[in-house]
Design a protein around this ligand. Sequence first.
Ligand code: NDP
Ligand code: MG
Length: 390
Amino acid sequence: MRKISIFGATGSIGQNTIDLIRRAPEAYDVVALTGGANIAQLAEDAIALRADVAVTAFADRLPDLRAALEGSGVEAAAGQAALVEAAGRPADWIMSAIVGAAGLAPGLEALKHGTTLALANKESLVCAGKLLLETAERHGARLLPVDSEHSAVFQGLAGEDMNAVERIVITASGGAFRDWPLEDLPKASLAQASSHPNWDMGQRITIDSASMFNKALEVIETREYFGVRPEQIEVLVHPESLVHALVGFNDGALMAHLGAADMRHAIGYALHWPARQALPVERLDLARIGQLNFRAPDPARYPALRQAYEVMERGGLMGAAFNAAKEQALDEFIAGRIRFTDMAAVTAAVLERIEAESDLIDAAMTLDNVTRVDHVARKQAAQAAEERIG
Ligand code: NDP
Ligand code: MG
């Protein structure tokens, strides 16, 4: 039996992971499940999967979790320290599917224990890629990509020589507003931004798909994970979301990965790697699909993309600043304080302000320094948002 834990178990990726686990319960011994506010879901799954411990990220929810787990034999825990403690419990495989920079500390802890970390939480690679990779290396741990594009690239690179790779192309659906007139974008509502044309995902990543902040993070994720140069990474709008990524080699070959828009593909690949096992996902009928479309992303529609390249060019801890500014801007949009198009203006303002703060940005990449940059960038983003409202 493989010992596994799922961080962010109550979310979209977490629930898809649980769906796969439930199909072969005899194969897995569940150590920890973690969630946030959704105590009922967390308790239900922890009991059904006979987890050793269930952890909510929010300390004040401990009494609720205890009550929900009463008599089940599943241990209840809460708060940041409890999350990190759970990440250190012996496991063979951990799904990292907390949303946001909050996923970094538990992920690092898992790697320190030599655990294989299936990484959906792209934010941790954007904030602290080098730190994660070095920690994995030092402790003999493995990081496996779960983001669909990165899983696709990983599969495209299997058995290949990285020196023969010319470019990596990640696709983007274009999000909810890909065909809207540009002048209507400032009027985009929260409900409109929260509905994705192809993928069923958590609300935050869905809005980030409409703005392409998600793709901006993924460009940085590509650089961190595969070690390629920024100019080797391309983004291609592909409205059907069936080609997830392509790898271009020095002989001109372009290897594409296709599959249904179902995250159980990438989760399952990471779960069974290095083997392939049958997965309960739709098989594509290309004759019925008939055609696939591609177009270059419009920089005016997706200003976040350019910012990703600026972040990579500046280096240091700019990724942590960018991610934090993005998270704050998204909070402001979700709360109805700023408009959809203000989000990229807020992150641009933060990048401009923080770039010169060398003591912050050029500090060593430690968890403490990343956290420090995160706090400053969130504050600056809140201020930039305030200025836009004012
Ligand atoms: P969801 O919002 O659906 O789920 C997020 C999970 O994190 C939930 O379990 C939530 O708990 C928990 N959580 C929320 N806030 C905190 C916190 N402060 N500390 C600890 N845990 C917290 O997100 P998704 O599943 O969509 O995304 C998860 C990650 O996977 C993200 O990094 C995303 O970018 C990435 N990803 C997602 C894809 C998808 O298809 N959804 C595709 C590719 C990548 P609760 O709900 O109980 O409050
Ligand atoms: Mg993705």
